[in-house]
Write a protein that binds this ligand. Structure first.
Ligand code: NAP
Length: 281
């Protein structure tokens, strides 16, 4: 065997992201970079799985050397019946974004909560009050996270009243209309909708720009673009802004740790993702 052949490593463990459509997911770049950094002979793929094929994919999970998966829309809830165990985060949010094996059991975790908390802690933010726009999986993860860090006043708003009131009943949060925010002192606004995301929504705001000056902090969960229109407007109004990039990298780090027991550098990972998103334009 010559020297070149010895350097070729055959992957021994497979990982991937399932969702549909997947578009240009950043997760394969980040996790494969992490494996390379840690000299782990593993590979991470993008697996577009339409809703109708989820059951077939789960069969592959049981038959191929797949050690873990990231899970995104539309499977975060529909994957749950296929799992043997859920973490407290996954139970509380009723959503799974990470699958891993533990003693032969297929387990579900939600690292979005951890990623959200870490990105607040990184900026030393522990707000007593918040307003979250949206009532989907990410909003649920934020509610769980805020409860963990002791935020006492959690308000939610958005377009889907049925989902908002369901969240209110399940999580003891309060639904607010935009008119009602003027009666409240709310520290941090969180956008948990895709409004502002690359791919057609870049020029849109999830709320009126006049309302932004009421908040000390504005957190946009969107990470592509890194600086959304919401964050640009909020900065101009004097708010401290937080991009979803930080949450994305921290939630990926939590997945990486669950799967490998190793860590990667947060600073380097943020640079990598930022550069990837810039070059993808
Ligand atoms: P989801 O489950 O589909 O929920 C999206 C929410 O936004 C729903 O309440 C939806 O209302 C609302 N919405 C959608 N389009 C809207 C519009 N045009 N105007 C007003 N509201 C709208 O999605 P998700 O998983 O919660 O994700 C939400 C956002 O968070 C996405 O941009 C995602 O990329 C981001 N995210 C970021 C991270 C990170 O690590 N940074 C992690 C998770 C999610 P309806 O129910 O009426 O459709």
């Amino acid at each position: 065997m010559n020297k070149q052949n010895k350097e070729i490593k055959v992957p021994t463990r497979l990982f991937g992201i399932i969702g549909y459509p997947l578009g240009h997911s950043v997760s394969p770049i980040l996790h494969n970079w992490g494996f390379y950094q840690q000299a782990l002979p593993y590979s991470y793929f993008a697996w577009p799985v339409p809703a109708k094929d989820l059951g077939a994919f789960v069969v592959s999970l049981h038959t191929l050397p797949i050690w873990g998966c990231s899970v995104t829309i539309p499977h975060k809830q529909s994957i749950i019946p296929y799992l043997d165990k859920l973490s407290d985060n996954a139970l509380s949010t009723k959503a799974v974004n990470t699958i891993y094996w533990e003693k032969g059991r297929l387990c579900g975790e939600n690292t979005d909560c951890l990623g959200f908390i870490k990105s607040l802690q990184e900026m030393d933010i522990s707000p007593e009050s918040t307003l979250i726009i949206g009532a989907g999986g990410a909003a649920r993860a934020c509610i769980t996270a805020f409860k963990w860090i002791g935020t006492t006043k959690i308000f939610i708003t958005g377009r889907n009243k049925e989902k908002l009131y369901k969240l209110q009943n399940e999580h003891e949060v309060d639904v607010l209309s935009w008119k009602e925010i003027y009666e409240k002192d709310i520290k941090i606004l969180v956008n948990a909708t895709p409004v502002g995301m690359a791919g057609g929504w870049e020029d849109e705001l999830p709320c009126s720009e006049e309302d932004l000056s009421r908040f000390r902090y504005v957190f946009d969960l969107i990470y592509n673009p890194v600086k959304t229109k919401l964050l640009q407007e909020a900065q101009q109004k004097g708010c401290i802004t937080i991009s979803g990039l930080s949450m994305f990298v921290y939630q990926a780090l939590a997945q990486f740790k669950v799967w490998t027991g190793h860590e990667f550098s947060i600073g380097q990972a943020k640079e990598l993702v930022k550069n990837f998103l810039e070059s993808d334009k």
